[in-house]
Design a protein around this ligand. Sequence first.
Ligand code: NAD
Length: 360
Amino acid sequence: MNFHIVTLPGDGIGPDVTNEAVRVLKNIAEKFGHQFSFEQQLIGGIAIDETGSALPDETLRACLNADAVLLGAVGGPKWDDPRAKTRPEDGLLAIRKGLGLFANLRPVKPHPALAFASPLREEKIRGVDFVVVRELTGGLYFGKPKERRQENGHLSAVDTMEYHDYEIRRIVDLGFKLAQARKKKLASVDKANVLASSRLWREIATEMHADYPDVKLDHVLVDTAAMRLVTAPASFDVIVTENTFGDILTDEAAVLVGSMGLLPSASLGEGTRGLYEPIHGSAPDIAGKGIANPLGSILSAAMLLRHSLKLEDEANAIERAVDELLSEGCRSADIAREGERVLGTSEMTEQVVKRVISNQ
Ligand code: NAD
């Protein structure tokens, strides 16, 4: 099959890890008999330097014409001036909006061989395998009014948490569908005891449950969810939640795994086109040193194969290879223990490629 993939390496270690994920995808194409064409475009700080915009029109156009987009990371000290008109992160918000992406998926499945790297005790980490589905377009980050006010000699500031029924419906629907294909448990996270938007969310989730009778639906208050993520993370299967709660809970969940370098993510919209990126940032402290862990980006490529290209066997081939290499003790610097042999970015990829090629 033929597919066109746009890559947006971005800044810092973005290019280091994206190149490795592309290398794995090229090997997948060869092994499974597909044609993947790749087109590289600018985003983030490097795009600001070269065009003045964090998301040049040409980049968005190319992404809109692609089957899928693979992003590295954006940002770094060079573009941190708070007075700057444009910031690298503007590119991220603009591309999500431009591609109509409303759902961010973050799977969290700590590898047993890396349990030592988790801040939780090994017995708490055992069996943890869940995915957080975060709403991306609504809530506090976008609701209006969003402003500062001067009243009676005092300053105040207001943000608005607004959700429309259709925004809730489409994300909760995705949560139910994902749960159906997994362990059939959906935790809908809200703050319905206090917030009107959460009460609407809960009402709609309850109503939609009728279409998914095989899925067990739990309504969980966000504060309880935050506690359960550290006291009983293995009790979750799929978590679906609004934008701000999702932003916070996904980072809490990420810490369970032990290294930022391991985790992939997908941002999806109505069609099959999606944006895939490791959850880590541009890590300026290790950029260009050849030591970044490429697995978050490589696992993002696996999600790209699964969700946008519908190539499940190919996605599984990558995930199995990563699983095996970790079981067999391959370690990049971020996940190595004292005295263990450390592999560089390219050597880690080599281990993935070797297994992708030789596994049946
Ligand atoms: P970061 O994720 O870049 O780095 C945090 C720590 O984790 C650093 O010590 C880094 O070396 C390490 N790390 C991250 N990825 C790694 C990998 N693949 N392998 C090994 N170690 C890895 O977060 P930060 O330092 O807070 O942010 C740096 C820059 O990245 C900032 O400009 C920030 O705004 C930006 N950022 C971008 C994104 C994105 O592009 N989606 C996300 C978060 C932060």
